[in-house]
Design a protein around this ligand. Structure first.
Ligand code: G3H
Ligand code: ZN
Length: 297
């Protein structure tokens, strides 16, 4: 069933378990995610990026997700990932998203604050949650201006002030996790300035001052042990995209190689979807989400 994100992300779960927010861009990814959630009786978040909406078409992709979610016995929330565009956010709210991420982290603090406040006012009037980002999560961002990993991190005091002023519902924290697999030498150079993958001390300091659910982006590459500690520190949502893609693509490549005579795309896509489902199950179990949809109405 399609539910509001606020029904599956709440204060009761903080410190105990977390939910994955899985990115999707097509039918196969969506089916793999929904099947994993159903099998493990777990609530999950499905999110779209701007790129995914461009790839599949907005109505088309939203239609696939909503149909799969409606037919699922487990609660599924629809969230928009990193979005700079207020106009697009308005359109997605009209289409039934219960949560949107305004990513204005590339702006100055003052401008980020101003735009976030405007989006929150608009979204809250319509019962929709807003996620914002403070600091800059390493990955697909402007690497020319980045000198060290520390430069990008969320400042705990600033985060507390930002949350109080904007009244956002969830906060994406920059604590060292990064988007995707780092190949760019500039990214590698910045990463080498970090002491450990995720700065758990900083996360603890943020948690002490920020009481709303925290979101960790770029969670694919974060070691399992750090995910477990981060959950105890109040991270409620982990964004996962790369690990799903890698699992899907590996199975797809292997099968194309193994069965060069197969010309029916369904025969190649099915094992890839199964591999993605297995990865989604692994993440749900890691975050303690199994069984949490039991009795949900
Ligand atoms: O917003 C999406 C993500 O933060 C996903 O990051 O591709 O590293 O899992 P990832
Ligand atoms: Zn992200």
């Amino acid at each position: 069933m399609l539910v509001h994100l606020g029904r599956i992300v709440n204060h009761k779960m903080l410190g105990k378990y977390a939910l994955p927010a899985f990115n999707t861009s097509d039918l196969e990814m969506t089916q793999g995610i929904v099947r994993a959630a159903k099998k493990l009786k777990a609530p999950v978040i499905i999110q779209t990026s701007v790129g995914a909406l461009e790839y599949a078409g907005i109505e088309q992709l939203v239609g696939i997700i909503k149909t799969e979610a409606h037919e699922s016995p487990t609660p599924i929330a629809l969230h928009q990932d990193h979005c700079h565009d207020f106009k697009l956010i308005k359109k997605l709210i009209d289409l039934g998203y219960s949560s949107v991420m305004l990513d204005a982290s590339h702006l100055s603090y003052k401008d980020n604050l101003k735009l976030t406040k405007a989006v929150v006012a608009y979204a809250h009037k319509r019962g929709v949650w807003v996620q914002a980002e403070l600091g800059r999560i390493l990955g697909n961002e402007d690497w020319q201006t980045v000198k060290s990993g520390e430069d990008l991190m969320t400042d705990p005091d600033q985060a507390a002030k930002f949350v109080a002023e904007t009244r956002i519902d969830t906060l994406a924290v920059a604590v060292g996790s990064l988007h995707g697999i780092p190949v760019d030498p500039r990214i590698k150079k910045v990463l080498s300035t970090l002491k450990e993958h995720v700065d758990l001390k900083r996360l603890k300091a943020i948690r002490a001052k920020v009481k709303i659910p925290l979101v960790m982006h770029g969670a694919s590459g974060v070691p399992d042990a750090q995910i477990r500690v981060a959950i105890k520190m109040g991270v409620a949502v982990f964004n996962i995209d790369t690990d799903l893609r890698v699992a899907f693509n590996k199975a797809l490549r292997d099968n194309i190689k193994k069965y060069p005579q197969v010309y029916d795309p369904r025969k190649l896509l099915k094992p890839a979807t199964d591999a993605l489902q297995a990865m989604a199950e692994k993440k749900i179990k890691l975050m303690g989400g199994s069984g949490k949809a039991k009795g949900f109405k």
